[in-house]
Design a protein around this ligand. Structure first.
Ligand SMILES: C[S@@+](CC[C@H](N)C(=O)[O-])C[C@H]1O[C@@H](n2cnc3c(N)ncnc32)[C@H](O)[C@@H]1O
Length: 209
C-alpha cells in the first residue's frame, strides 16, 4: 500500500474512534472496521483477484478506502451502499482526497430494496450494516455471489454473536458453502460459495437459484 494511504487510513481510523467514543447512541457512531480486519479483507480481494466488489455499510468510507485500494490492484470496481446521505458524502470526500474515487460507485440506498433490484454477480461482498436485517439479505446475497468462489465477509460475528445467530443458522443450512471465522478485530465470518463439493453437496448446490 502507498505509505500516504497507510497514513491517511491511520488518521481516519483515529478520527472515527475519537468521534465514536463521545457518543452513547450506537447508530450515531461511524463504527469502522478494525484495521486488522480491513487488512484481511484487502488480502481476500487480492487473492481472489476480485473485480466486482460490493460493500453494504459504507459509513464514512474507512473500509471503502481499503476495498478501493485492493481493486485498484485487481483492475476492479467497488459498489458501496449506505442509507445515510451525509455518510456517503463524507466517504466521497475521503475517496477524492486519496485519489481512489474512480474505483468506487457510492450509492445512498436501503440495502434491502437495492438487493431486490440488483443481482450481481459479485466476487467479494462485505456485509457491515444492521445485523438483524442480514437474514433478509441472505437469499439475494447468496444468489448474487459468483458460483465458483464468490465470497461474503461479515463483520462482528464474535463481538455480537447473538445478533447474527439466526443469520448463521441460515448459512449453515445452505448447501454449497464453505465458512471460516477469522478471529481478528470484532470477528470476521468468511463465507465462500462453491465450487460444489461432489462428496457433500447435492447436485446443483452451488448453482444460482
Ligand atoms: C458499521 S457501519 C459501516 C462501517 C464501514 N464498513 C467501515 O468499516 O468504515 C454500518 C453502516 O451501515 C449503514 N446502514 C444501516 N442500515 C443500512 C441499510 N438498511 N442499508 C444501507 N446501509 C445501512 C449505517 O448508516 C452505517 O453507516
Amino acid at each position: 500500500m502507498d505509505p500516504r494511504l497507510t497514513a491517511y487510513l491511520a488518521d481516519l481510523h483515529g478520527a472515527v474512534t475519537a468521534h465514536d467514543a463521545g457518543l452513547d447512541d450506537r447508530l450515531m457512531r461511524y463504527r469502522c472496521l478494525e484495521p486488522d480486519s480491513a487488512a484481511v479483507l484487502s488480502a481476500l480481494v487480492r487473492s481472489a483477484r476480485a473485480r466486482r466488489v460490493l460493500e453494504i455499510g459504507t459509513s464514512v468510507g474507512y473500509s471503502t478506502l481499503w476495498l478501493a485500494d485492493a481493486v485498484r490492484a485487481t483492475g476492479g470496481r467497488v459498489t458501496s451502499l449506505d442509507v445515510d446521505v451525509a455518510r456517503t458524502e463524507a466517504a466521497r470526500e475521503h475517496l477524492h482526497r486519496t485519489g481512489l474515487a474512480d474505483r468506487v460507485d457510492l450509492v445512498t440506498a436501503d440495502a434491502g430494496g437495492w438487493l431486490r433490484r440488483e443481482s450481481g454477480p459479485w466476487d467479494v461482498v462485505l456485509l457491515d450494516a444492521e445485523r438483524p436485517a442480514y437474514v433478509d439479505y441472505w437469499p439475494r446475497l447468496f444468489a448474487g455471489l459468483r458460483p465458483d468462489g464468490g465470497t461474503l465477509v461479515v463483520d462482528n460475528v464474535l463481538s455480537h454473536a447473538e445478533q447474527v445467530q439466526e443469520f448463521r443458522e441460515l448459512v449453515d443450512a445452505t448447501p454449497g458453502v464453505t465458512q471460516a471465522v477469522v478471529p481478528t478485530g470484532a470477528g470476521l465470518l468468511v463465507i465462500v460459495r462453491g465450487p460444489a463439493d461432489p462428496h457433500t453437496d447435492p447436485p446443483g448446490a452451488a448453482q444460482v437459484s
